[in-house]
Design a protein around this ligand. Sequence first.
Ligand SMILES: Nc1nc2c(ncn2[C@@H]2O[C@H](COP(=O)(O)OP(=O)(O)OP(=O)(O)O)[C@@H](O)[C@H]2O)c(=O)[nH]1
Ligand SMILES: [Mg+2]
Length: 202
Amino acid sequence: MPKSYLIFTGRPNAGKSSMIREVVGLKVAIGKRPGTTRRISKYPLSGGLVLVDMPGYGKIIEASKRLENKKADQLIRFLESYAHNVAVAVHVLDISTFLEVTWRLEKKGFISVDVEMVQFLADTMGEFPVVAANKIDKINKAELEVSIAEFTYQIGKGYPCAVEEHVFPVSAKTGEGVGALKNSIHKRLTAKGYRTPFKVGL
Ligand SMILES: Nc1nc2c(ncn2[C@@H]2O[C@H](COP(=O)(O)OP(=O)(O)OP(=O)(O)O)[C@@H](O)[C@H]2O)c(=O)[nH]1
Ligand SMILES: [Mg+2]
């Protein structure tokens, strides 16, 4: 039987590995600087699932453009070839810097890497990923609302479905919102006949 994957995607430093620690309880390496997770790392979990911690997609400090492109190609190829075996994809984004980063990219004529990645995941998997809008401890409520609204608006341009129901404001640092995120992953796994490899407080 082919293996099934629980994958965590996102830009460098978004908090993918921190979120894996919070959600799954696996002690994967985390770091202060972007580029901590260097390889696509797979960890077998209970119930036949395999967890995948991905390197960040996007800017890597101290890496050449060529290496960045090579890494991005590797990630895209991995996602394309594994798409049918992904049980649940969780896209982690740093919502505290989303507006600033998006505006900076927009000025250069690019769309947000997070928006691009979420749309890519939705297209290749045929299902909207669970989105963990992380680092909510770094901004206030008003900033969070505006940031989430902008993110869902940008995603919604291509996907008029109810995007909000897939977006979970969380902090891997304080644990806020992690319960709701875990429940949503649990629901998706259960609906597909998988056993959830972590405790959920229902
Ligand atoms: N304030 C705050 N910091 C966080 C949060 N989540 C992660 N961090 C910090 O962000 C930094 C990056 O976390 P990682 O989990 O290593 O991020 P990553 O996405 O796995 O990064 P790469 O492996 O480099 O792609 C670390 O210093 C974490 O402690 C959060 O919710 N709030
Ligand atoms: Mg990491």
